[in-house]
Design a binder for this molecule. Structure first.
Ligand SMILES: C[S@@+](CC[C@H](N)C(=O)[O-])C[C@H]1O[C@@H](n2cnc3c(N)ncnc32)[C@H](O)[C@@H]1O
Length: 216
């Protein structure tokens, strides 16, 4: 870690607040602020969180989830189990066909919210990182179109760069309501923004013909 990065971390109020409130990540505040604005967690019962590790968003989800609800976090990395029994995690690649199968089994009647905070491991080469991140955002869009109930929400992180406007158009073509929003807790210098969409359109065009990574 560089000295500048360390100094920035020391000054970051969200890191302090996360420690104080027992959140596993400062990212928890991004979800809190997004929900304060859009209220997608307020009445949600069935929730999928893609890119869930270390579990900050899941902790926020758990605070809103009714007893008879279910939230499932998915990540390439293991997530330490949460105290809430109705919040579980799957270790795996969100873009693999097998993950969608597992989610379908867990949510046979669909979900109210699909969250995605997925980011690739950062290579440092912006064009590569941006494209990889948008591949993940598009994966979240496909999963949302497969799993969401008619009035359901998608909240997906996207890196703003050359591909971003095209991605936003894809979301707009697929949902009735779409807004892009950068919460206060998202670092000013970062390219990330969250696309918040509600109401998947029937027969949305971004349902791909070759949707999933499959072995071979
Ligand atoms: C910024 S972190 C998420 C932080 C999380 N929202 C929180 O509050 O703790 C991004 C996560 O995306 C995950 N990720 C990246 N590619 C993925 C993929 N293909 N499938 C599942 N998770 C993925 C990474 O492993 C990483 O844990």
């Amino acid at each position: 870690m560089s000295g500048r990065w360390k100094a920035e971390r020391r000054r970051d109020p969200y890191i302090w607040m996360a420690r104080k409130r027992g959140y596993r990540s400062r990212a928890a505040f991004k979800l809190i602020q997004l929900n304060e604005r859009f209220h997608f967690l307020d009445e949600a019962r069935y929730i999928v969180d893609l890119g869930a590790a270390p579990g900050g968003w899941l902790q926020v989800v758990a605070e809103h989830l009714p007893r008879d609800g279910l939230a499932v976090g998915v990540d390439l990395k293991p997530v330490k189990p949460l105290e809430a029994e109705n919040v579980i995690t799957l270790e795996g690649d969100a873009l693999e066909a097998e993950t969608l199968k597992r989610l379908r089994r867990l949510f046979p009647r669909g979900v109210d919210v699909v969250l995605s905070d997925m980011s690739p491991s950062i290579s440092g080469v912006w064009e590569i990182d941006h494209r990889r991140q948008l591949d993940l955002a598009r994966g979240a869009l496909r999963i949302a179109l497969e799993l969401l109930r008619p009035d359901g929400w998608l909240v997906v992180k996207a890196f703003q760069g050359s591909e971003y406007e095209a991605f936003l158009r894809e979301v707009k073509a697929s949902f009735s309501y779409v807004k892009a929003h950068k919460p206060m807790a998202s670092r000013k210098g970062s390219a990330e923004i969250y696309v918040v969409a509600r109401g998947p359109k029937r027969g949305a065009p971004s349902r791909p013909s070759q949707p999933w990574n499959s072995p071979g």
